[in-house]
Design a protein around this ligand. Structure first.
Ligand code: F6P
Length: 510
């Protein structure tokens, strides 16, 4: 169906014109009920969408649009493990990875996410290996190799759950083919005490393969090291991994995309650092958000709200992106994680059937942690000529005991949302123009009680499903990524040419 010719699409365009021209956030928030109707409590995450340029009428129309797009049916198909990735004819099974940790329903209602015994077994095998290695205590250090979803998920998770990293090895993550990355990671390590975990679903990714062979050579510079005992592979191509001489192989399910894979064996570096019990708490928080996504009505459903806001901002208000500012040091890689999750999933120009879309899809996702970001690009957010929705993520309490820091951090996060919303007129004695803040700039606030394994899991799933919601309304397949292939092919061609100097057929610039 071409949703853009549906009357609801037109109605939303009319709403968009109204909101662009007349919406006044400051005035809108004078009505106390606005906060109640445009904020909600999801598992582990309080979500405030009341500082966005929308209202209940817009939300209602967007929910209706999602229904016309078949969101409820598509959500059920996703969670039931049906094929939703049509170009690759696969299900998208990330929710099944945590289905075993779903909250018990007091009314005995079956959990809506289908269990998959093979996936359960994979997670259990990973946790068992992590426990075994932690108990043995043979490795003081782990170097994890993986890029994109095979790297940034574990990297973010290790940072977010740093206070829980106890009783296991120290873990470093290396992604880049730039040798500085691996070189620095190996500094101070000794081969005899180091384990390599290598995650690559395809087992062909150039960065990971190159880093692995260099790290293998480094390990084997100690003649007592047996490569097969110092490396664990995590892949959907076990035969290829075995050919690399690796004998310990954990399966990466074919039906789980890299950017959705931190719950799978790709989480091994995290499980090694925090232990299986903490990892299971992470899965439980994720499963709680799955349950909310599947059971809450669309009108009060956090991932649905965020996905619909993305559609509203991009396709109707025509804003080119969104800025993500986590006010928590543990979430400093969240913008990078979300960049891959959202831009690789929904950065598409064709619908599922291959025909072009006629509206903007996913925008640019970018950001930096607060309060650092305030001293970099917040000038642009407050007084630049473009309006960009900002997302602020904070926790009520901190894991450190340092006096004063958390209160100041929270005050800054709240103040930025307030300033973006209300702006400020020039006061007597101030510089006209320069000290004027236009305000009326949208933001969304996500508040956790604390950054814990549970809330961190819930936060990631909130974003996974948001991506799916927006993709569904746009009619695109959020689970493939054909757009990354061309550059890889050309890089291989150029690598060959660099060896033999052949420039035949190349354009002058290249
Ligand atoms: O090139 C993009 C991509 O395929 C991502 O989708 C993926 O997360 C990353 O590369 C790593 O892929 P792999 O796990 O196969 O090494």
């Amino acid at each position: 169906m071409n949703l853009s010719i549906h009357p609801l699409w037109h109605a939303l365009q009319v709403h968009a014109a109204r909101c662009q021209a007349h919406f006044n956030l400051r005035q809108a928030l004078q009505v106390p009920e606005r906060f109640d109707s445009l904020s909600l409590q999801a598992p582990h995450v309080a979500l405030d969408c009341s500082k966005n340029l929308w209202d209940e009428a817009v939300l209602e129309a967007l929910v209706q649009l999602a229904e016309v797009a078949g969101l409820p049916q598509r959500r059920d198909a996703l969670l039931a493990g049906q094929v939703v990735n049509l170009t690759e004819q696969r299900p998208a099974l990330h929710a099944a990875l945590r289905a075993g940790y779903a909250p018990r329903d007091p009314h005995g209602v079956a959990h809506p996410v289908a269990r998959c015994p093979e996936l359960d077994a994979g997670v259990q095998a990973m946790l068992a290996l992590a426990e075994k290695l932690r108990t043995q205590g043979r490795f003081s250090d782990v170097v994890h190799l993986g890029i994109g979803g095979s790297g940034v998920g574990p990297e973010l998770a290790l940072q977010a759950l740093q206070p829980w990293c106890k009783g296991g090895p120290r873990v470093r993550v290396v992604s880049n083919m730039d040798g500085h990355d691996l070189h620095q990671a190996l500094q101070g390590l000794t081969p005899a005490n180091t384990l390599l975990t290598v995650a690559s679903k395809s087992w062909t990714t150039a960065e990971t393969q190159r880093n692995m062979s260099t790290a293998q050579a480094w390990l084997q510079s100690d003649p007592t090291v047996r490569w097969d005992q110092h490396c664990v592979a995590i892949t959907a191509r076990p035969a290829a991994a075995l050919q690399s001489g690796v004998t310990q192989v954990l399966p990466m399910p074919e039906g789980v995309g890299g950017r959705f894979s931190v719950w799978s064996a790709v989480g091994l570096p995290l499980a090694l650092a925090v232990g299986s019990q903490v990892f299971e708490r992470f899965l439980a928080g994720a499963a709680a958000m799955d349950a909310h996504f599947s059971q809450a009505p669309l009108e009060r459903n956090a991932p649905v709200w965020l996905g619909l806001l993305d559609v509203w901002h991009s396709s109707f208000l025509q804003w080119p992106g969104r800025c993500v500012v986590p006010y928590h040091h543990g979430l400093r890689r969240l913008p990078a994680y979300l960049q891959q999750l959202e831009m690789e999933s929904n950065g598409k120009q064709v619908k599922e059937d291959g025909t072009p879309v006629c509206y903007p899809t996913a925008g640019l996702v970018w950001g930096e942690p607060g309060s650092n970001a305030q001293h970099a690009f917040f000038q642009w957010l407050h007084q630049g000529t473009q309006r960009v929705p900002v997302e602020l993520i904070a926790a009520r309490t901190a894991a450190h005991g340092l006096p004063g820091h958390q209160e100041a951090l929270l005050a800054n996060a709240l103040a930025q949302a307030q300033a973006l919303m209300q702006g400020a007129q020039v006061q007597p004695g101030q510089l006209p123009g320069h000290q004027h803040f236009p305000g009326n700039r949208p933001s969304t606030f996500m508040l956790l009680d604390a950054l814990t394994p549970e809330s961190f899991g819930a936060l990631l799933v909130l974003h996974e499903h948001r991506v799916f919601v927006a993709g569904t309304v746009w009619g695109i397949n959020s689970f493939d990524q054909w757009g990354v292939e061309l550059g890889k092919t050309l890089a291989n061609d150029l690598l060959g040419r660099m060896a033999n100097g052949d420039v035949t057929g190349l354009d002058a610039s290249t």
